[in-house]
Ligand binder design. Structure first.
Ligand code: NAD
Length: 353
């Protein structure tokens, strides 16, 4: 099948490109604007494969998207391109509206025009898969509740509000114009090639540099962690086997407080790379909480397990150990980003994975 992946130079998009290209009967066209979050080095494992190609384009440019859809005879669009960092959305919401709302509208516009020109089996096969977040559902109490596909939307941040808007647009293009779509909403991802300002890589790399390990408030906020390669498998399954018009929640069944995430990283590093003196947890530093910080997200992923047969392969502990090993072995990837793009002043950003 021929896939168009938007945002394929980002954290999850690059995992999706690597996963789909591992089946040599698939072709992937990766469309990415290369914002600060895009990094072509994450595609190095596949960049020379015959079934992978890259186009530096803005998703707001629907004319170029339509040309690519036609040129590459696309069967499935997997739309991941987004502004994705909550703290950046608080400092500067405009780019989030531009890319996440207008950009998704332009992707739908180009995809509908392309879809209308298809016929037969090709038209039957076409899907627009929109990748979204559990943050559209808002905040859960610490001790009860879980997000299902029926949970009403209640976004708290400019980021989650822009993603909620894009989800609504995708459903409207299905209901109003008959565009075949599937949607998925997932929890916090972690794993290799994760931008070093996010909580897990930041804590690993700061610990190795003997720098403070920042935690928002008291570290009580709970997130449900999903290993990125498990997510990439889930997305490929949803894009190709998901039922037209349906949405699927994807989660790792690994709820952890931020404090326990940081503590577990310190424990693993204490074993793998002992400090000269004391534990890495001595570096934990509490910083002022983010405004509108949701307490807890938790995903009920039973629908995708039941209907599409997907299950995560990594537990949080095995996925975290693999992630730490990857960061220890791959300074070629994260070193330049840490030195050039992200100097570590925006410590607060680390609390949104
Ligand atoms: P990311 O920030 O790592 O990557 C986003 C990519 O989109 C970058 O490569 C960037 O260059 C590209 N991009 C941004 N604006 C663009 C534009 N206008 N045109 C073309 N490309 C553009 O994001 P991620 O963490 O990989 O997330 C991917 C998707 O998954 C997003 O839609 C996000 O909302 C969703 N999601 C992420 C998480 C998570 O834990 N990371 C959780 C739930 C949902």
């Amino acid at each position: 099948m021929n896939f168009l992946v938007t945002g394929g130079a980002g954290f999850i998009g690059s995992a999706v490109c690597r996963h789909i290209c591992s089946d040599l009967s698939n072709n992937v066209t990766n469309v990415d604007k290369l914002t600060y979050a895009g990094n072509l080095a994450s595609l190095r494992p596949i960049e020379n494969q015959h079934n992978y190609r890259f186009e530096q384009k803005d998703i707001c440019d629907d004319g170029s998207i339509l040309d690519i859809l036609r040129r590459d005879d696309i069967d499935v669009v997997m739309h991941l391109a987004a502004e994705s960092h909550v703290d950046r959305s608080i400092d500067g919401p405009e780019a989030f509206i531009e890319t996440n709302v207008i950009g998704t509208f332009r992707m739908l516009k180009a995809s509908l025009e392309y879809y209308r020109g298809l016929s037969g089996a090709k038209k039957e096969r076409f899907r627009f898969h929109h990748i979204s977040t559990d943050e559209v559902f808002g905040d859960l109490p610490f001790d009860s509740g879980i997000f299902t596909e029926e949970t009403p939307y209640a976004p708290s941040s400019p980021y989650s509000a822009s993603k909620a808007a894009s989800d609504h647009l995708v459903r409207a293009w299905h209901e109003t114009y008959g565009l075949p779509v599937v949607l998925s909403n997932c929890s916090n991802n972690y794993g290799p090639f994760h931008f070093p300002e996010k909580l897990i890589p930041l804590v690993i790399l700061n610990a190795l540099d003997e720098k403070p390990l920042p935690i928002y408030g008291k570290g009580e906020n709970v997130r449900d962690w999903l290993y990125v390669e498990d997510h990439a498998r889930a997305l490929a399954t949803i894009a190709t086997k998901g039922v037209n018009g349906e949405s699927y929640n994807v989660g790792g069944n690994s709820e952890r407080t931020n404090l326990s995430v940081v503590q577990t990283i310190c424990d693993i590093l204490d074993r793998k790379r002992p400090r000269k003196k004391g534990s890495y947890s001595d570096l934990i530093t509490y910083v002022t909480d983010r405004p509108g910080h949701d307490r807890r997200y938790a995903i009920d992923a039973s629908k995708i397990k039941r209907e599409l047969g997907w299950t995560p392969q990594e537990s949080f502990e095995t996925g975290l150990a693999r992630t730490i090993d990857w960061y220890l072995a791959n300074e070629w990837w994260w070193g330049p980003i840490r030195r050039e793009k992200y100097s570590g002043q925006r410590l607060g950003e680390a609390q949104k994975a």
